[in-house]
Design a binder for this molecule. Structure first.
Ligand code: SRM
Ligand code: SF4
Length: 561
């Protein structure tokens, strides 16, 4: 759909209402009217169809097998055990393929048919959760370090992020009228929205809060990043980064992944003002002609970082202080138990691509249900599709461990570092943009790369593997030391050479290759790595040092001085 069509639909939607009520009531089709397919995203849902069944249904002259994906707005991925149990019941009743944890700490439900959308939305809201603005040209789910290691500041950073998430919600009662039967009142459809106006943003917008030394949120992949600065163990404020993003299109040099630039330091009390300033400047200056060039990263490259920063400071009403020192030591999650500052314990579990099901690998859905029944702390979804069972008293550790082991959730104890550090996006069969498999392919390709690692004595090497079914980059593949980016069924671009701190993008090594070619390309590189690496040198760093790939500019270079 052209940028102009999307802009017209947004502006003419009556603050996100469109004809959604009519589309939902239409019994003739499982789909929505075209414009409503755009608008439902702002309510946290996508119309999809089962791509495995497309050909069969076309031959049978049936419409595609339409259903809807629903995504929650769960800032920082924090949910209570009661909410977990509620979502489990909702997924079991209304959706297919269990619960899915996303790379932005949300839950996704897949396979909800049109007639069940409203009861599903109502059930989610009954759990004191919502899906508002989980998709669409607005600020999305705010990501927050799930890292339990710096537990002292987690609560403060999380509270700040949750408040910012609320502050940046679109001002419209449409969600409540359509899904929760709120009555329309005078002014409905023309609510004043000082942040978004009537045309919303030119494109999606993403915010992440990181707590060094762990860059689990991949903060430099976010449109707007806040990097917590701790002084004497306390939260002094945040370094601010802008202009990160992963999405690109194959063969289109006008689109590219980009790491964010640091623009300064703010106190906790300045966060809302600076975020509002960045969002509204992007609203006013982002590209509304070409959707592929509409993200903040392109606004910065087209108009200049310094110019944009001046816009931000003028709107915020203050000048940002110089960025303060910080250091990340790794991206991704650390697994197993860790003790927080207050003596409570946190257990990070590995979940394959975030999919929670009762399946051949274990009764994971049942196991987490049983844990939720006895757990009194909370759950934290990680930005790497994993799960932290947070705030467990020391005395309860053994009983949680027993439930973990009994339900096959103990994979983190024995899995290779490669497996633990792998992420794959959803891709087929639900994603309409997928060019190749990702989530369904991850187990097989991981096992094959593990065999190579084993052969070279590298099975303990902590290599970051990321797979995306297309170049949009939902698994943040351009930050993988090894990444596969889908090109066509069974064929991928092999990207190599990111670092392990989320501070350097990888680069294209081989284009459009199949599995035997991928393994053949990796084999000699791994052999060289095994023979020539420096102590503790990451695979990506090794490939850059030895000139196998030339890195694209990364934040690490700017911080080196
Ligand atoms: Fe994404 C579009 C899934 C995180 C970049 N993403 C999609 C859609 C909705 C496909 C579509 O537009 O029809 C996918 C739905 C698949 C399905 O069947 O569920 C989809 N994205 C996901 C999730 C579920 C991947 C996962 O396996 O966990 C993640 C949900 C996050 C959330 O909870 O909000 C997800 N997507 C990301 C990320 C990573 C991140 O945000 O940290 C990125 C890269 C960062 C970025 O935005 O630059 C990402 N998704 C995209 C893009 C490319 C945007 C661009 O700038 O070009 C698209 C396509 C688009 O927007 O046109 C996209
Ligand atoms: Fe779909 Fe592409 Fe995102 Fe994977 S990276 S979920 S294939 S849009």
């Amino acid at each position: 759909m052209s940028a102009h069509s999307v802009e017209d639909i947004k502006a003419g939607s009556g603050r996100l209402r469109g004809t959604l009520l009519d589309s939902l009531a239409n019994p003739v089709t499982g789909a929505l009217a075209d414009a409503d397919q755009v608008l439902i995203k702002y309510h946290g849902s996508y119309q999809q169809d089962d791509r495995d069944l497309r050909d069969e249904r076309r031959l049978a002259k049936l419409e595609p097998d339409y259903s809807f994906m629903i995504r929650t707005r769960t800032p920082g991925g924090v949910v209570t055990p009661a909410q977990w149990l509620g979502l489990d019941a909702i997924a079991t009743t209304y959706a297919e393929r269990g619960l899915r944890i996303t790379t932005r700490q949300a839950f996704q439900l897949h396979g909800v048919i049109k007639g069940r959308l409203k009861p599903t939305m109502q059930a989610i809201n009954a759990q004191l959760m919502d899906t508002l603005a989980a998709c669409g040209d607005v600020n999305r789910n705010v990501a927050v370090a799930a890292n339990p290691h710096e537990s002292r500041v987690h609560a403060a950073v999380y509270a700040q992020a949750a408040a910012l998430s609320d502050h940046l919600l679109p001002n419209s009662r449409a969600y409540y009228e359509i899904w929760l039967d709120e009555e329309r009142v005078a002014g409905s459809g023309s609510e004043d929205d000082p942040i978004y106006g009537s045309a919303y943003l030119p494109r999606k917008f993403k915010i992440g809060f990181a707590i060094p030394p762990v860059n689990d949120v991949d903060v430099f992949a976010q449109d707007l990043g806040f990097i917590a600065v701790l002084e004497d163990g306390e939260l002094a404020g945040y370094n601010v980064s802008i202009g990160g993003g992963m999405g690109a299109s194959h063969g289109d040099p006008e689109t590219y992944p980009r790491l964010a630039d640091l623009i300064g330091f703010v106190t906790p009390g300045q966060v809302t003002a600076v975020a509002t300033a960045v969002v509204t400047a992007q609203r006013d200056f982002g590209n509304r002609e070409v959707r592929k060039r509409a993200r903040l990263k392109y606004t910065l490259d087209d108009r200049g970082l310094d110019w944009f920063k001046q816009q931000v400071e003028a709107r915020a009403g203050f000048t940002l202080s110089p960025a303060r020192p910080f250091a990340f030591d790794h991206s991704g999650d650390r697994f197993g138990w860790v003790e927080g500052h207050d003596g409570a314990w946190h257990l990070t579990l590995r979940l394959l691509s975030g999919r929670i099901l009762d399946g051949p690998d274990g009764a994971h859905l049942t196991g987490l249900r049983e844990i939720a029944k006895v757990h009194a702390g909370d759950f934290r979804l990680t930005p790497n599709q994993n799960l932290v069972i947070a705030s467990v008293p020391a005395a309860q550790r053994a009983s949680i461990d027993a439930l973990v082991d009994a339900h096959g959730l103990d994979g983190f104890r024995s899995a290779s570092p490669l497996r633990l550090k792998s992420i794959a996006c959803v891709a087929l069969p639900t994603c309409g943009l997928a060019m190749a498999e990702a989530e369904r392919y991850l187990p097989a390709i991981t096992a094959k790369i593990e065999s190579l690692l084993d052969a070279h004595g590298l099975i303990d090497a902590p290599i970051i593997l990321r797979i995306s079914g297309c170049p949009n980059g939902c698994s943040r593949p351009y930050l993988g030391e090894i990444a596969l980016v889908g090109k066509a069924p069974g064929r991928y671009n092999l990207m190599l050479g990111a670092d392990h701190r989320g501070q350097r993008l990888n680069a294209l090594y081989r284009e459009n290759i199949d599995e035997p070619q991928i393994l053949a390309a990796l084999d000699p590189l791994l052999a060289d790595y095994a023979a020539q690496r420096h102590p503790a040198e990451g695979f990506g760093d090794f490939l850059v040092r030895t000139g196998v790939v030339t890195p694209r500019i990364g934040i690490s270079l700017e911080l080196a001085s």
